[in-house]
Design a protein around this ligand. Structure first.
Ligand SMILES: *[C@@H]1O[C@H](CO)[C@@H](O)[C@H](O)[C@H]1NC(C)=O
Ligand SMILES: *[C@@H]1O[C@H](CO)[C@@H](O)[C@H](O)[C@H]1NC(C)=O
Ligand SMILES: *[C@@H]1O[C@H](CO)[C@@H](O)[C@H](O)[C@H]1NC(C)=O
Ligand SMILES: *[C@@H]1O[C@H](CO)[C@@H](O)[C@H](O)[C@H]1NC(C)=O
Ligand SMILES: *[C@@H]1O[C@H](CO)[C@@H](O)[C@H](O)[C@H]1NC(C)=O
Ligand SMILES: *[C@@H]1O[C@H](CO)[C@@H](O)[C@H](O)[C@H]1NC(C)=O
Ligand SMILES: *[C@@H]1O[C@H](CO)[C@@H](O)[C@H](O)[C@H]1NC(C)=O
Length: 509
């Protein structure tokens, strides 16, 4: 009700404004209002159920507002006389088809609004003749396909094609011959191939917002080679592979809602210029200072809803240069590892949002008493005993250690090798299960295996002695022990042969 009253109120005000500031002209299409307002000539044909563009629109019209009509087909030459038209709004007109040269003659048109229609395809040269066009709005249509050369000849500051839910293909040469500064595409079902259509825009495109594609996109590694973006927003596109960042140059980069996982930005030196980095909902579970160390201009970092459990202290130098950090809805575990962060929060002027512990207690970090942010050194819960095993035996050694945070467990082999088990990412889990697996014990495996469990506050170790022997059973085969020496020899051969993968048919006694 409120909205309706407001609309009525607005309409009355508009009418009053029009009456006081405008002079109604004669020779106006039926159902339309033609008026002069200051220096502008307006023609307004709203909700008039017109099925064609009338041919008696005053030729000096600057603005034509044509909303809520029933133009199914926008015919060629519909506007040929309107050479001074600057603004053309054709929203809610049920337009399905744009004929070639529909807009010819509109050499002064700067703004063309075609939102909320049922346009299905954009044919080659669909907008030819629109030499002065700056903004083209095609949101909320029924686009399925954009053909080669559809935008040929245009020099736009902005092209919008959002919410065309059936848009599945933008042909490779759709933007050939066009200059576009800002491009918006959202909620479509475009295929990977459509990304290649962007290539002709490398010199002019400054803002690309391509979001919410309902099929996962794989961005070719070299796609953005040669582009210089002010804003590159690729949210919710199912992107898993971030390799394309190699060629990205952007001021404001947004990858929100893509399952990329943690990204080490130090691998992408072209990103040096980034000032704003939006990484919420990307599965960025692990953050590390070195990931961001190569971004000297970074000022804003968004990391909400990533399941981050801890903030290593090497982030401090990164955080210090920032103006804004957003950490909402993570799973931060407040033990001694977060003390640096708490202290830093007390000193910094950086705006930090979402500095909250989820575990082991729920509290805003600035209000926590530092003395309860504790850790505990590793303890060994269970370690395999030393064993004597025969050559070729399969063997697993385990080492379970507990601590806060859960320790890193390393098995050191007698030959100097290491088997490392990192602690679980989930800080809620306080045990690490370090396992070492030997497929077939060899003599070189014999010796002292050492398990080390290490966390930020301490370390502990234990050893297991492994002896590998040959099979030398004194089998009670036959009688009188006559052939036992021979048998021993055969068994050794058998084991060696098995290890060599050969089959030995051995006649024993
Ligand atoms: C046109 O019709 C729409 C929907 O019926 C309505 O919301 C709008 O207020 C109307 N506009 C004018 C100017 O009459
Ligand atoms: C868009 O297409 C669908 C199905 O093709 C149709 O039902 C719908 O009416 C169309 N919308 C418009 C505004 O033409
Ligand atoms: C395109 O438009 C911009 C202004 O938006 C203008 O500076 C530029 O010269 C135009 N380029 C061409 C080729 O018309
Ligand atoms: C893009 O390519 C990837 C990998 O080749 C594939 O899994 C994905 O479905 C493709 N997406 C589209 C929209 O074609
Ligand atoms: C392994 O065998 C050696 C010699 O046969 C023996 O001294 C040692 O105690 C055995 N160790 C274990 C763990 O059984
Ligand atoms: C951590 O453990 C607490 C209680 O032990 C539990 O309520 C919480 O859901 C756990 N959180 C995660 C992320 O596993
Ligand atoms: C283990 O702790 C000792 C002191 O208790 C220390 O000297 C040593 O460097 C630590 N080792 C590791 C791997 O942290």
């Amino acid at each position: 009700m409120m909205a309706k009253c407001n609309d009525v109120h607005r309409a009355v005000v508009l009418a009053l404004v029009l009456l006081t500031h405008a002079r109604i002209t004669v020779g106006c299409p039926t159902g339309c209002q033609c008026m002069q307002k200051v220096k502008e000539h307006l023609t307004i044909c709203m909700n008039t159920s017109l099925t064609e563009i009338p041919d008696n629109i005053p030729a000096n019209t600057d603005q034509l507002h044509f909303k809520g009509n029933r133009i199914r087909i926008l015919r060629r030459g519909s506007f040929t006389r309107l050479s001074s038209l600057n603004t053309l709004s054709l929203t809610h007109c049920q337009i399905e088809i744009i004929e070639p040269n529909a807009f010819s003659g509109l050499g002064s048109l700067a703004y063309l609004d075609l939102q909320f229609n049922g346009i299905r395809e954009l044919q080659p040269y669909a907008f030819s003749g629109l030499f002065a066009l700056k903004r083209l709005l095609l949101d909320n249509n029924n686009l399925t396909e954009v053909h080669n050369f559809a935008f040929n000849g245009l020099n736009l500051t902005r092209l919008r094609m959002e919410r065309n839910p059936e848009l599945r293909d933008i042909s490779t040469k759709a933007f050939q011959g066009a200059k576009i500064n800002e491009l918006f595409i959202m909620n479509s079902v475009l295929g990977n191939k459509s990304l290649r259509a962007l290539a002709p825009l490398s010199d002019t495109l400054r803002e690309l917002s391509w979001q919410g594609n309902r099929q996962p996109l794989t961005i070719p590694k070299d796609l953005f080679q040669g582009f210089t973006f002010q804003t590159l927003k690729l949210n919710d596109n199912g992107i898993t592979d971030a390799q394309f960042l190699e060629y990205v140059v952007a001021d404001d980069l947004s990858l929100e809602g893509n399952p990329t996982g943690p990204i080490d930005f130090s691998h992408y030196p072209n990103l040096r210029q980034v000032r704003v980095l939006r990484l919420s909902r990307t599965g960025f579970t692990r953050v590390d200072g070195k990931y961001f160390a190569g971004l000297p201009h970074l000022a804003q970092l968004y990391l909400s809803e990533n399941g981050i459990m801890t903030l290593p202290s090497n982030l401090q130098s990164v955080f210090e240069q920032l103006q804004r950090i957003v950490l909402d809805k993570n799973n931060i575990y407040c033990n001694c590892e977060l003390r640096w962060f708490k202290r830093w929060l007390g000193l910094t002027r950086t705006f930090v949002q979402g500095a909250t512990c989820s575990h082991p207690f729920l509290e805003d970090i600035p209000f926590i008493d530092e003395s309860v942010m504790t850790c505990s050194p590793p303890k060994l819960i269970s370690v395999s005993h030393g064993r004597n095993v025969s050559l070729g035996t399969e063997l697993t050694l385990s080492c379970v250690a507990r601590g806060n945070p859960a320790p890193t467990v390393t098995w050191h082999w007698p030959n100097g090798e290491k088997t490392v088990t990192a602690p679980p990412i989930d800080r809620n889990i306080t045990e690490t299960h370090g396992q070492l697996h030997i497929v077939a014990a060899q003599h070189v495996d014999q010796g002292r295996f050492r398990c080390d469990a290490v966390n930020v506050v301490g370390n502990v170790s234990a050893a297991a002695e492994i002896l590998v022997y040959r099979v030398t059973y004194d089998l009670q085969v036959g009688d009188k022990g006559r052939c036992s020496g021979q048998l021993r020899l055969h068994l050794v051969y058998l084991v060696l042969a098995c290890l060599c993968g050969k089959v030995l048919v051995s006649h024993v006694c």
